[in-house]
Unconditional design. Structure first.
Length: 255
């Protein structure tokens, strides 16, 4: 089971009460939930587990993991300052990574992984099909994933997505929760831009279309008029500031 989506926020969840994934999903309202990283026979996480700056577990390594900062966005980083969960690094910038694995991790098994697409979207892999690390790397590369981490697998592999679930009776001490971006949020922005006169009806009809420099200049001119009318002062020179920062130096801005 895989899913690719734009993530609004993510969370590392420490499951001290040994709740099943379905219960945690109901209680938190997340859109996607998967099992976390490895743990020992005492139900204690191994590797690094950090939640809002509090270290739950740690080891001697400073490798990449799932790092979540103040903006709530998950990234594959080494920063452990906010929330962080260890993983086995699989891919970075589209290249395979190699790490020494213990035999129980290296064997072919069910797999859970988190990937990042080149455009920043999240790709989740959660499947009972037995794969080696290299096979999983190849599968993720085939999906277009640029960066990826492998989490606990085998009997721990479990997840619930909007389009399905992978079940397991095994309780896990850590989970990763995701909240997908909603169309409603984007629609609210577009409605505001249309109502305020920043975007025209034609531009609202094609919200994903890139704009030319001329179109961007027209948008900024309308924004200047609105700001000058409502606030004035610094906002009157807002377009000049953007021009000086060279935001209009390319043929198509992509904004």
């Amino acid at each position: 089971m895989t899913d690719v989506f734009a993530c609004a926020r993510a969370q590392i969840y420490y499951n001290i009460k040994r709740k099943p994934l379905a219960q945690v999903k109901r209680e938190t309202g997340c859109s996607h939930i998967i099992n976390g990283y490895l743990f020992n026979g005492s139900f204690q996480p191994v590797g690094w587990t950090v939640i809002d700056g509090k270290v739950i577990s740690r080891d001697a390594y400073q490798d990449w993991g799932i790092s979540i900062g103040s903006d709530g966005k998950p990234q594959m980083l080494t920063d452990r300052g906010g929330s962080f969960l260890s993983g086995v690094p699989l891919l970075k910038n589209g290249a395979k990574l190699e790490r020494s694995l213990t035999p129980d991790v290296a064997r072919s098994a069910a797999r859970t992984a988190v990937g990042w697409m080149p455009d920043g979207r999240i790709c989740l892999w959660c499947d009972k099909t037995s794969l080696t690390r290299e096979q999983l790397q190849n599968k993720l590369l085939g999906l277009g994933v640029a960066d990826a981490l492998m989490l606990d697998g085998g009997g721990s592999t479990q997840g619930i997505f909007p389009n399905g679930k992978v079940a397991s009776s095994r309780k896990v001490p850590t989970m990763v929760l995701f909240r997908a971006e909603t169309k409603q949020a984007g629609n609210a922005d577009l409605k505001w831009a249309g109502k305020s006169g920043i975007l025209t009806e034609a531009q609202l009809a094609e919200p994903e279309k890139a704009v030319t420099r001329r179109e961007l200049a027209e948008i900024l001119h309308r924004l200047q008029k609105i700001n000058s009318k409502n606030r004035g002062g610094f906002y009157e020179s807002f377009p000049d500031f953007l021009l000086e920062s060279q935001c209009l130096t390319t043929e198509r801005s992509g904004v």
